[in-house]
Ligand binder design. Structure first.
Ligand SMILES: Cc1ncc(COP(=O)(O)O)c(C=O)c1O
Length: 382
């Protein structure tokens, strides 16, 4: 494997491709993404329309009709490359956020912006601080750049270990600190006084607000123009129900955004993504109302999960609930729900989470199906 024969003027040259792969990439573990619905449907033997998808924090209501209309009206624009500066979308975001357009950059999901941030700041050997358990793309982006990831583990209730973060940043000459509010996978938020303490550190803080719309908190986006070390990331994937179109955005200090413009791919956001996100912004009242509906369902689901003898749900301010699984195997619970009932939830085979599952909040009928399956299991076991 890895030895490729090349032919040049009749003479064979052997190239050892594996030795040419960057060491940082060679040593990386692949990211474990969620399988697509059709693949899962085939694997599980349940038709796709019967599956209840509660594994990736997507919005069960999908996009509002205005977004679908905007997509239907794109015939003229499809043959043309998209606006590389996403001007109309950024102008919409500027008035939605109350932040000048010059601070805003849109990306193919918040994921692309995490990747761009890592590529902008990190050289091999640089350091980031990460606060696991949390979203996996921060160490992914840092490792790809060959940077060291310093993990400061969260407390038992998933709150940040602020003293630990302060120490790690100061001792290690860290460039970036990634924090998430609400955090994935547990849904806890970072209190304003903790954020203020962290902002006093000599580090660039990337605050990921992917689930902000479900939290009842104010975004800190408007603080960016007067805070030189703060970057805020947001997304249309969760709140606006268009994860499939890949639209996220960031609010960056001017000194940072100036360089991001140089390194981003020119046509990073598709015509469809830009149009759909703009239509979603125009319909933000409807979307906010849907987010509130999801939050109400979250509270109902949390109360019901607390009644299941083998589950201990954590309080969440996002569109998912993390549960500790007591007295049973969490991976087996995920398998049982998927195979027997077509209900997909998330299990993480990761340190600190092996006895946990994360359940996305769905529609009321999804909650009913899940609870019925859990009660059946509970009755069979006892
Ligand atoms: C905390 C967090 N940030 C970012 C993302 C990715 O967002 P996007 O779909 O915009 O790439 C996710 C997706 O699950 C997430 O959980």
């Amino acid at each position: 494997m890895g030895m490729l024969p090349l032919w040049k003027s009749g003479e064979e040259v052997v190239v050892d491709v594996s030795r040419m792969i960057r060491p940082a990439v060679d040593s990386m573990k692949p990211y474990q993404p969620i399988l697509p619905l059709d693949v899962l449907s085939e694997q599980l033997g349940h038709p796709p329309e019967m599956l209840v998808k509660l594994d990736a924090n997507e919005n069960p209501y999908g996009p509002p009709p205005s977004v679908l209309n905007a997509l239907r009206n794109l015939q003229q624009e499809l043959p043309i490359y998209p606006d590389p500066e996403s001007r109309r979308l950024r102008a919409g975001l500027a008035s939605y956020l109350g932040v000048d357009i010059s601070y805003i950059l849109a990306g193919a999901g918040a994921d692309e912006l995490i990747d761009l941030i890592c590529r902008l700041f990190l050289d091999p050997g640089d350091r980031i601080v990460n606060c696991p358990p949390t979203f996996g793309m921060y160490p992914f982006g840092a490792s790809l750049a060959g940077a060291h990831v310093i993990d400061v583990w969260r407390e038992a209730d998933f709150g940040l270990d602020v003293n630990g973060v302060e120490k790690a940043v100061r001792e290690n000459g860290t460039k970036l600190l990634f924090i998430t509010s609400p955090n994935n996978p547990d849904g806890s938020v970072i209190p304003p006084e903790q954020l203020a303490r962290l902002l006093a550190l000599p580090v660039i803080i990337v605050l990921d607000e992917a689930y902000l719309e479900f939290s009842g908190m104010q975004s800190v986006s408007s603080q960016v123009p007067k805070t030189p070390n703060l970057i805020v990331l947001r997304t249309f994937s969760k709140w606006a129900g268009i994860a499939g179109l890949r639209v996220g955005y960031g609010i960056f200090p001017l000194e940072v955004i100036e360089h991001l413009w140089k390194i981003k791919q020119p046509y990073n956001l598709s015509v469809a993504g830009q149009a759909a996100a703009l239509a979603a912004l125009d319909d933000h009242v409807v979307l906010t109302e849907r987010a509130e509906r999801i939050c109400r369902e979250r509270e109902r689901l949390a109360d019901a999960l607390a009644e299941i003898p083998f589950l201990e749900p954590y309080p969440s301010r996002a569109n998912f609930i993390l549960c500790r699984v007591i007295g049973r195997d969490a991976a087996e619970l995920k398998r049982y729900l998927a195979e027997e009932h077509g209900i997909l939830i998330r299990y993480f085979d990761k340190p600190g989470l092996t006895d946990h599952v994360r359940i996305t909040v769905g529609k009321p009928e999804h909650t009913e199906k899940l609870l019925s399956a859990l009660h059946t299991l509970s009755a069979t076991a006892s």
